[in-house]
Design a protein around this ligand. Structure first.
Ligand code: ADP
Length: 192
């Protein structure tokens, strides 16, 4: 295992593209010595996004639990807002909104390579909920969205960027989005 060559999958979401942040997002990875080794703008199909996000109940329930946690924090009644307090049902709702959001504009997909790129990229992106992401992270600097607002508008949280959570997930997502196409490049930066 060459640690300098760890790869992760990153996708600039519709709000990142529409806010004109493509360059700024890529700049932050490159600034941290990470290397972009594949890059493309494209329009995803509903099916591709459906297959991108996990379909198992545990993942969907976790998505619902996140909404419930935010609602508890801000004293919002999930039954009043969403008609249920069941984490799986809420997770299924959020997953549907996520698919609508992710297919609403072109996306930018890329593979980013470098030392601990999976963790490093997640750190540069910041926490899932922009309103809670640290300043200095992409989500913390360019968005203030929150599930309480998003869900009342029946939509997913817009947080600019997607990044794989584990090296296993990265491998799966790189395969899903780039397949066997020969578009992942191997090159050296000047400092190398
Ligand atoms: P991350 O993208 O940071 O890995 P998750 O995998 O938990 O986060 O969630 C996937 C995406 O679903 C998030 O990036 C966000 O766009 C959306 N999302 C997460 N939680 C909620 C929520 N409670 N309400 C609406 N959308 C959400």
């Amino acid at each position: 295992m060459d640690f300098k060559k760890e790869k992760t999958y990153v996708m600039i979401k519709p709000d990142g593209v529409k806010k004109g942040l493509i360059g700024e997002i890529i700049r932050r990875f490159e600034q941290r010595d990470l290397k972009v080794v594949a890059l493309e703008m494209f329009m995803p199909t509903v099916e591709q996004i459906h297959d991108h996000y996990p379909k198992d109940e545990a993942w969907i329930s976790r998505l619902g639990q996140k909404t419930l946690a935010t609602y508890a924090k801000y004293g919002i009644d999930p039954n009043k807002e969403l008609g249920t307090d069941n984490d799986l049902k809420i997770g299924q709702m959020v997953r549907k909104w996520l698919i609508e959001y992710m297919t609403s504009a072109p996306l930018v997909r890329m593979v980013v390579e470098g030392v601990h790129s999976v963790d490093m990229v997640r750190k540069i992106c910041g926490a899932t909920i922009p309103g809670m992401a640290d300043m200095g992270t992409i989500r913390g600097d360019y968005s203030a969205d929150s599930p309480s607002v998003a869900n009342s508008e029946k939509r997913a949280v817009m947080n600019l960027v997607h990044a794989s959570e584990t090296p296993q997930e990265a491998e799966h997502e790189i395969k899903h989005w780039f397949g066997d196409r020969e578009v992942i490049f191997d090159y050296k930066r000047f400092v190398e």
